[in-house]
Design a protein around this ligand. Sequence first.
Ligand code: ADX
Length: 214
Amino acid sequence: MSNSSSSTNIIWHPNRVTNENRNNLLGQQGCVLWMTGLSGSGKSTLAVELEARLVASRHAAFVLDGDNIRHGLNGDLDFSPAGRKENIRRIAHVAALLADAGLIAITAFISPYAEDRAQARTIINHSQAGTAHRFLEIFVDTPLAICEQRDPKALYAKARRGEIADFTGIQAPFEAPLHPDIHVPTGHLPVTDCVNVILTKLQDAGLLQPGSCI
Ligand code: ADX
């Protein structure tokens, strides 16, 4: 898998618009909210609801969703450890670009390997534009038994029948974050309460517009 080291003789061309210019324009600073959790844990539901609440309170936010991105940009990648690593590496760069543009980027990927999430944090904290972005890891914590019981896409049933290989939680591991920035007990709380947990943390971290009605 590419590590972006095959390109030679390339010289970085700086922008004239600064980060501060963009922050003033949008009234917010770019950041990345990195959701991690099992398939069926509620990442996409939560991400879409969070995006809607942020936009309704006049914040510029955008969701990058695992299933959706694998329909296009990352459609060439499988679910092997190497395929997932490349998936997460590319998304970390895309999310960093969105944050460079001043957006609140919300990513919803299983991202099961701690090492890949750590690499994403590094990429985002040291974006190529030279901007350090806030990276907040959000653990969407729904236990496997509940995800399997919900089985919204009927994929756990397929994996149990042996019709999908390397399914996370069944034949492939999920390394839960040990110290997530935000922990959301999605298995026990309704979606609105989960979104409120995240918005409160963002407000405490100074990432939302002062006085915004969330
Ligand atoms: S990741 O592990 O590389 O981060 P990603 O979030 O992009 O995964 O995609 C996960 C989605 O792909 C799941 O929600 C599910 O719909 C689908 N999927 C298909 N095969 C697998 C598999 N083997 N393991 C996990 N998810 C899979």
